[in-house]
Write a protein that binds this ligand. Structure first.
Ligand code: NAP
Length: 374
């Protein structure tokens, strides 16, 4: 391996000095980029996570294995930095790879070469991972054919790179928990997140109204304008959830049947207060890192349903049902082509600037998804 080494900026910033991630830079097609976690000789997960020091983050170049009969060589094109990627580096995610590991769970690549028994994919096809944990922060990789699913390459690159996680999550949450009809209302926090922007757009395409909660910030008016241009019906600050203004708002739209919670803590409790009787709150993220507290009255008098959703589990549950994932991706791509679903606001960052991108991705009020261009 060659490349450069140094302290892992993301781990250092987050006071997680235990884990080292390695980003590897590709120098030719047969070499590839990876983001890997190293330990100082520990072998078990527990040892890895409790080991005190010695983790580093660096770019490296590695040899690619040869392409087997049922494998494909993929040139990664672009891969976002999502909160789950950072949680994985922190060691706090539900899936933790054996270390060292390559970072990144999402992204789009192009098939360069296929093995002799590969039937469904051809050179030139765009592909995205079927599951989490693939390690997309690299420039090329040899994978089993079934590790990826093809995408049409007539959609924008950034849409393709960010399609497999957030829009799929938004799509499922709007489809699987409550029967929503045109005119119904959904309320969500973290409305400017990647998931939130997809919720706004998919809901708008279905005629569903959205109440979108965001944190206050200096450029709030700009953010409100941007979300409304995407189709948000209402955009309000967290503080407004506790104010009389909500009563006025519900004179113009029905109380929500569905609340989508990507934050937790007080924000989630406030969402629950506004649900209609028998409505559902689906928790999919915990950006505030605080537990969800459910008021007793919401359970007794409103009989609200409190549920969770994880798109990775959905994909695994439906892994034998090719049509389920394919059908959802087709619908999402159709919305993209119609201009009804755009990629979240993104900042494209060269791989060599991965430290800056990781740092930016962890700052509040960024309002732009960091996407590594590979
Ligand atoms: N369960 C699933 O299947 C699934 C799938 C996709 C994503 N997720 C989760 O969904 C969440 C959002 O992911 P994403 O990729 O959409 O995020 P993103 O685009 O990176 O945006 C992060 C969002 O979190 C907000 N935020 C950050 N810290 C916060 C805090 N302390 N309190 C309130 N809001 C805060 C940000 O608001 P500001 O602009 O105000 O900073 C922003 O809206 C993450 O927790 C992610 O892991 C879950």
């Amino acid at each position: 391996m060659v490349g450069f080494t140094g302290s892992c900026f993301v781990c250092f910033k987050m006071k997680v000095s235990r884990i080292a991630w390695l980003l590897c830079k590709r120098t030719e097609v047969r070499r590839h980029t990876v983001c890997r976690t190293f330990t100082s000789g520990s072998t078990t997960r527990q040892q890895q996570l409790s080991s005190a020091r010695g983790r580093i983050c660096r770019l490296e170049s590695m040899e690619l294995p040869s392409v087997g009969a049922k494998s494909v060589l993929v040139k990664l094109l672009a891969a976002p930095i999502n909160p789950s990627d950072i949680n994985m580096i922190q060691g706090s995610y539900a899936i933790l790879p054996d270390l060292p590991a390559v970072g990144g769970n999402e992204g789009v690549g192009q098939i360069l070469e296929v093995g002799s028994q590969v039937k469904a994919l051809r050179p030139g096809d765009w592909v995205i991972p079927r599951d989490a944990g693939l390690g997309t922060w690299r420039t090329a990789v040899v994978l089993a054919e079934n590790d990826v699913i093809s995408l049409p390459n007539d959609i924008p690159l950034l849409s393709a790179a960010t399609l497999g996680v957030n829009p799929c999550t938004a799509f499922r949450m709007l489809s699987d928990f409550e029967e929503l009809k045109p005119g119904d209302t959904v309320i969500q926090n973290a409305a400017n997140s990647g998931v939130g922007q997809a919720v706004i757009q998919i809901a708008a395409a279905r005629g569903i109204q959205t109440i979108n909660v965001v944190r206050d910030r200096p450029d709030l008016t700009q953010l409100i304008d941007r979300l409304k241009a995407m189709g948000a019906s209402h955009v309000i600050k967290e503080e407004t959830l506790r104010r009389h203004e909500m009563k006025e708002l519900f004179k113009t739209c029905p109380r929500p049947k569905l609340a989508l919670n990507g934050v937790g803590g007080k924000s989630a409790t406030e969402l629950l207060r506004h649900l209609q009787v028998g409505g559902s709150m689906v928790t999919y993220g915990g950006m505030a890192k605080q537990p969800v507290t459910v008021p007793v009255s919401a359970l007794i008098f409103k009989n609200v349903k409190v549920k969770g959703f994880w798109v990775t589990q959905w994909k695994r549950t439906h892994s034998q049902d090719e049509g389920a994932l394919r059908g959802m991706l087709d619908e999402l791509c159709s919305l993209i082509r119609q201009g009804k679903l755009t990629a979240p606001a993104c900042s494209e960052v060269g791989l060599q600037d991965f430290r800056k991108a990781l740092d930016t991705a962890m700052q509040p009020f960024t309002s732009a998804k960091q996407v590594l261009v590979l």
